[in-house]
Write a protein that binds this ligand. Sequence first.
Ligand SMILES: [Zn+2]
Ligand SMILES: [Zn+2]
Ligand SMILES: [Zn+2]
Ligand SMILES: [Zn+2]
Ligand SMILES: [Zn+2]
Length: 203
Amino acid sequence: MPLVKRVKKKTLKLDCEWGSCQETFSRMEKFCEHVEAHLSAVNLDEDADGERTCLWRDCGFCSVEGSGELRRHVFFHCYHTKLKQMGQQVLDAQPEVGSCSIAHHNRNIIPELPDNFVCLWEECDQPPYENPEWFYRHVEMHGLTVDIPQGECEVPIRCGWKDCEATAKGRPKLREHLAQPHTGEAGGLSRLWRDVRKQHKVL
Ligand SMILES: [Zn+2]
Ligand SMILES: [Zn+2]
Ligand SMILES: [Zn+2]
Ligand SMILES: [Zn+2]
Ligand SMILES: [Zn+2]
């Protein structure tokens, strides 16, 4: 998808929407680090098994399953913010595509995330990720490091994801494939991913 590649090079404007915070970042590393500080403050405020409320603007989520759930949730806001930015850049570049399909009132409603993000690449023993950004970078790494059969060109590369039968012609195609969700154990999550990306016209 050459369109996305071109757009990726632009600077991102990642706005923190926690409470009254007005900070803006251009890199996900700094953005997530910053948001983590908000999370630490929440955890200091509440007792160990208390409810924790997400203060992201227009969200209203309340976590009852402990700090892990809220962390995952809030990191998803970061990831979602990035997707929205990338989608916006696509739209800005070609207004004829139409506008974002997400209504303003639910612009920051994110799906339920029951578990951390698990890599199912064969023989991968990476512990699950709480942050979807790092998870996706990790999965992309498999696409970058997988052995490509020597010899004839156009030898199909098999995807190493559990129960995935897909093959790709060349590394760029494999990366494209890996940027899309897989079914199986992570099925529910995969659907969610596809929806978020599709809604924001990122893939
Ligand atoms: Zn902030
Ligand atoms: Zn939230
Ligand atoms: Zn959007
Ligand atoms: Zn992995
Ligand atoms: Zn696959």
